[in-house]
Design a protein around this ligand. Sequence first.
Ligand code: ADE
Length: 228
Amino acid sequence: MRIDIITIFPEMFEGPFSESIIKRAQQKQLVEINLYQLRDFTNDKHKKVDDYAFSGGAGMVMMIEPIVKCIESLTSERIYDDIIYMCPDGELLDQKMANTYSLKHNLIILCGHYKGIDERIREHFITKEISIGNYVLSGGELAAAVFADSIIRLIPRVLGDETSALSDSFQNNMVSPPVYTRPRDFRGWQVPDILLSGNEKLIEDWKYEQSLKRTLERKPELLDDKDI
Ligand code: ADE
């Protein structure tokens, strides 16, 4: 998979993309992430990429020209599955969407700032708008990192068997069961006997029951969504 991210703050991605699973996915060449500095696509001598909104009002708007130049330089090289804009009014990211996007080949992700981007970019270039939650972030970068992480870890062979995404919370419309590690007894707090029984069938049943119980208690809405 190839993910091309358009941003005015490429350094914001250094942390999330240079550690752990996402780092290894890149090393294994299962994903290629490219960061494009939007300011490189303006002719303005001050590298300005925002301007005042017509009709006034507080806040700057990201200009159409640099964004279109950047997008068109990418789309002239290859076909993209989607040109995504991260924004608070986009479709809410969930596990089902992450599963769908983990199967794509080429994605562009545009990160907005200030009061947003000139609406004509959304009308004429953006094919998908994604929000990571009903709150407003300072920009699209953190949202893009969250979205990219959620899809990269699902690419086949990114996770090993032992960390398989199949056992993730939400993957079968249920949250994960509780987990324990050594010691068996900490201050008298015991690991449930059944997990030490060695009886695989009983352990599987216990995990399923715990998942179901937790889902009912904490996220009952997941059980209504049959087609994750
Ligand atoms: N940009 C600002 N807030 C956002 C959000 N909640 N999701 C996606 N992009 C954003």
